[in-house]
Design a protein around this ligand. Structure first.
Ligand code: NI
Length: 228
């Protein structure tokens, strides 16, 4: 399931992030420092040092925005969030086809995190750069995302994906992984559809008993399929 989340960041948060990332305190390092065996040969970008103060400040802005985003909660059912990371692609940079590592070590406490979902939060105005399209493959073919600054795309971390080379300007983004309460993408998609339908029904004067039954079914499926 691929979900686009509009305006995860508001204009103030976006401006704060861009100021921090463009500031003198931002330590940009070669993106290959966190790439695995498969990713390293095809990864050409830069990212903010995960241990830096700027990274921590930027992470707080993104995490607090996600925590109050009902669409993110409903679609991802997050259990553990890998601290968001920040990258940029200048002209000629890109990231060839790869699959993200299945398990990552938390950079602060060393705990293991299963990457069920990958997310990219776009930070640059799409008009300001050419190329830099995120392409994700699934059984229905290739999907492309080049979203407005502040929008996010969420997709199964099992997907082969790439970022096409930037040919003009700079593409800056935030990316992260989520260990979901529900590891199976198909089960998570069913819960998302059911929750979305219930939320719509709750906006109407639909039958109260039927809505209660559906809500109960949602929670009983969540109980059946989740691991914590
Ligand atoms: Ni990736």
């Amino acid at each position: 399931m691929l979900v686009c989340l509009p305006q995860v960041l508001n204009a103030t948060e976006l401006a704060q992030l861009c100021t921090l990332l463009a500031g003198a305190g931002a330590a940009w390092v070669d993106g290959r420092v966190t790439a695995g065996h498969q990713g390293a040969p095809v990864k050409f970008n830069q990212q903010i040092d995960e241990q830096s103060r700027v990274a921590t400040d930027c992470q707080q802005i993104v995490v607090s925005a996600l925590e109050r985003n009902p669409l993110f909660i409903s679609a991802a059912l997050p259990n553990v969030l890998y601290p968001p990371m920040f990258n940029r692609y200048g002209e000629g940079m890109g990231f060839g086809l790869h699959v993200d590592g299945g398990v990552r070590l938390h950079p602060h406490n060393g705990s293991k995190l299963r990457t069920d979902l990958s997310a990219t939060l776009f930070l640059s105005d799409p008009q300001s750069y050419d190329g830099g399209v995120l392409q994700m493959e699934d059984t229905y073919g290739t999907h492309s995302a080049k979203l407005a600054a502040g929008d996010m795309v969420l997709y199964p971390a099992t997907s082969l994906h790439q970022v096409t080379p930037v040919t003009r300007g700079v593409r800056m983004a935030c990316f992260m992984w989520v260990q979901s309460l529900v590891r199976d993408d198909a089960e998570r998609a069913l819960l998302f559809d059911l929750d979305t339908a219930i939320q719509r029904l709750n906006q109407t004067a639909a039958d109260d008993i039927a809505r209660r039954t559906l809500t109960g079914t949602y929670h009983n499926l969540l109980r059946k399929w989740s691991d914590t």
